[in-house]
Design a protein around this ligand. Sequence first.
Ligand SMILES: *[C@@H]1O[C@H](CO)[C@@H](O)[C@H](O)[C@H]1NC(C)=O
Ligand SMILES: *[C@@H]1O[C@H](CO)[C@@H](O)[C@H](O)[C@H]1NC(C)=O
Length: 270
Amino acid sequence: MDLMMQWRVFPLLSLLASFLFFYIKTSSKPSYNLCSMIPYDTYTITSKNIVTPQGIISGSVEVKGGYILSVIKGNYSSGIDSSGFVIDYGDAVVMPGLIDVHSHLDEPGKSEWEGFESGTKAAAAGGITTLIDMPLNSVPSTVSVDALRLKLDAAKENIYVDVGFWGGLVPDNAFDVTALKGLLDAGVLGLKSFMCPSGINDFPMTNASHIKEGLHVLAKYRRPLLVHAEVQLDSESTESVKDGVVTLDPTQRILKLGLLQWKKQPLENC
Ligand SMILES: *[C@@H]1O[C@H](CO)[C@@H](O)[C@H](O)[C@H]1NC(C)=O
Ligand SMILES: *[C@@H]1O[C@H](CO)[C@@H](O)[C@H](O)[C@H]1NC(C)=O
């Protein structure tokens, strides 16, 4: 091979080599549970600050196939199978994942505010492993099965923690039992409504009748109603003056609407 030829073949060879390397690297995926970010089936996490129901301990957490096998208190450097993979987090806190039931992952429509990728990555970084998405701020709002499907499509392969969805209770669907059941059957975890203007055009406020209708359906599913319980007592709410409950605070008004079975459940107020 003359020198010229060598100089032509060399870059080609290195291209081929890097292609092969990349191909082998991406095609030989390790066999571990995809839910885990750690590429080992069995491993041990150690830390001086493991949060347990009995308090904060120094010890180790043994994991196999995605399940916690044991949480052991004590000097974590002894007693660990030396063939196993050990990640020592030192003083860093090891704790169960947090659940944030009030997040706005505004996709589709307003991903410049927050999207599935940025929102769920931020959650993971902060120790939150489940987010429940509010039904407004996306375009459209999650007030129909079609809108929920758009959300699911946007979320697909784009999320880094578990995500659930709230649906919206609005005047448009409140008297439509089929529509509300459709949303609940499609998987929303409950419904959210506003007692004052929400500031979002396709998410108008609900009055007492809408909330009452929504509660009837929700009670059958035993899922909660979340209410932005802020009542404007001026022009918007002549209704509340008429029905004589104007002196009650918003939470009391909801309870008065036949919400007795939910009385012990926390009501959202923001
Ligand atoms: C833990 O055990 C190792 C050896 O098993 C020992 O070297 C180390 O000093 C112990 N640490 C504490 C804090 O007891
Ligand atoms: C609530 O609004 C609906 C229209 O969407 C109306 O039919 C109903 O009478 C109103 N209920 C109250 C208590 O104002």
